[in-house]
Design a protein around this ligand. Structure first.
Ligand SMILES: [Zn+2]
Length: 502
């Protein structure tokens, strides 16, 4: 592009010079009658044709230059090629964690190479992360080099240390492929790596630290199979209840739990189930912040508060779009809450999340936002509370008696009697890289709004009383679900006690 431009400039300069000479030559004799040499020169037979040819060349060069300028304007910007090609990555999906040391060894070898390449390092980290099912890749610069880590099933695994001198090049490479400003080193930046392989995405966050820029790449595999209610880790009883709820045509199903407890995954799985069982006869619309997964069969809208598209505004517009099933990422204001409740009573099935400690606590939270308990009681059909917990490694788990500390913690829960084991623990092995865990599972508590519960909500009773009333009516609490999974050896008793707080 640059050489073409300078060539054009050269042609124009030559053309203009030629034109000037020709103009002076033709008019010179008349302008300065004393210059005899000029008169003699102009009397030559070849003089006039040469000057006319020069003038012609000048005009032509001018036309060519103008044409080039117009063409450059019309030409679309050349497509950028700064993405990671499919052939750059060697992704073998669903590699077991026990393969992580092999990826670590390759990274170490890459670092020892004489021609250390930032491109190879970034490609290898992406390949390793995607193969091992990592959710995040961390690059943390420090005094002794850049620590690299993969977060797999909630645990952070060490991938090795990169030499200090390569760090700026690695960061630049990541910025190039994620369309970030390379020279901005003192401001946090967010981007997305443009991977040619559309099954995967990587969101990039860059943060300045005292040792350089720290990078976290959040990975996602676009495998819709991840969102299947059968694979969420629900007990058969909870799963049956959920399937019955998903057959309904109206009502609000609320999810609650701490950030990162898998609420969005559960909502996506519910929507996928409705899509699979009711086919194309339902219009599924979502309002999210952010959109975490692109589903071909739903209409998904991203909340953009800066552009005036809040949850409240978005929901108002969605309701004019004749939806059957609506997912609203979160309810935290009165307008969204009241529109959702009204929609749920007029033939729409709504999924949303509300921040609360327990399933029973959700009702008080929505009443605080400004919804009448009576409206809430008639609109909401169920609340699901969930927690993520580490799944015990099936290779090294073993039965373990209740320790005195666990006994004291259990006594604090005021259970009618101490739960009976056997319970399990793990000591770590090669299969789980010594961690004792090989993934995550979820604990669930589902409060279905039946008539007795509806009456209690209308009366506005405190959350803990509603919780006990629901448990007395047969609700499986988070603790019940956790203890059942602990007896099966899926999770440890410590893990249950850690994630269940009532
Ligand atoms: Zn193990």
């Amino acid at each position: 592009m640059g050489s073409r431009k300078s060539f054009g400039m050269m042609i124009m300069a030559l053309g203009l010079a030629g034109g000037l000479v020709a103009a002076l030559g033709l008019l010179g004799a008349d302008l300065s009658p004393d210059a005899t040499w000029l008169r003699e020169l102009s009397a030559q037979a070849w003089f006039k044709p040469l000057m006319i040819a020069l003038l012609g060349a000048a005009a032509l060069s001018l036309v060519v230059t103008v044409w080039q300028m117009i063409a450059a304007r019309l030409e679309r910007p050349a497509p950028a090629t700064s993405y990671v090609r499919k052939s750059d990555l060697k992704v073998r999906p669903n590699e077991p964690i026990s393969r992580l040391p092999a990826y670590r060894d390759v990274l170490r070898e890459l670092c020892l190479q004489k021609s250390l390449s930032a491109i190879d390092l970034v490609n290898h980290l992406l390949s390793a992360g995607l193969s091992l099912g990592a959710s995040d890749i961390h690059l943390s610069p420090g005094a002794n080099g850049t620590r690299t880590n993969l977060r797999i099933h909630g645990l952070l695994y060490d991938m090795g240390t990169l030499p200090e001198e390569i760090h700026p090049f690695v960061v630049s490479r990541i910025k190039v492929v994620s369309d970030l400003a390379i020279f901005k080193k003192n401001t946090p930046q967010d981007g997305r790596i443009r991977l040619e392989d559309e099954r995967y995405t990587a969101r990039v966050s860059v943060l300045p630290t005292n040792h350089g820029e720290k990078v976290v790449m959040r990975l996602a595999s676009q495998h819709g199979g991840l969102y299947d209610i059968e694979h969420l880790g629900m007990s058969a009883e909870v799963l049956d209840l959920l399937k019955a709820l998903l057959n309904r045509n109206q009502g609000v199903i609320i999810l609650t739990g701490p950030t990162g407890s898998g609420k969005t995954t559960t909502m996506y799985a519910c929507l996928q189930h409705i899509n699979a069982t009711r086919g194309k006869s339902v219009n599924i619309v979502t309002l999210e912040d952010p959109i975490e997964f692109d589903f071909p069969s739903f209409s998904q809208t991203q909340v953009e508060v800066a552009q005036g598209l809040s949850f409240a505004v978005g929901l108002r517009s969605i309701l004019r779009q004749d939806p059957d099933v609506i997912m609203v990422g979160e309810i935290r204001d009165e307008e969204t809450a009241s529109n959702a409740m009204r929609a749920a009573m007029t033939g729409h099935l709504i999924f949303t999340t509300v921040h609360a400690d327990s399933a029973a606590g959700v009702f008080n939270r929505i009443v605080q936002i400004g919804i009448e308990p009576v409206h809430l009681a008639s609109a909401v059909c169920a609340v699901i509370s969930q927690r993520l917990s580490q799944r015990l490694c099936s290779h090294c788990r073993h039965e373990a008696p209740i320790t005195p500390t666990q006994r004291r913690q259990l006594e604090l829960l005021n259970l009618p009697s101490l739960p009976e084991g056997p319970f399990f623990a793990s000591s770590g092995c090669d299969e789980c890289l010594g961690m004792g865990f090989t993934g995550l599972t979820s604990l669930y508590e589902m409060l279905v709004v039946t008539n007795p519960i509806r009456d209690l909500i209308t009366q506005g009773i405190p959350a803990h009383k509603l919780h006990h009333a629901a448990a007395a009516l047969g609700m499986t609490t988070l603790l019940d679900d956790g203890l059942a999974k602990a007896r099966l050896g899926e999770v440890s008793l410590d893990e249950v006690l850690r994630v269940v707080t009532i």
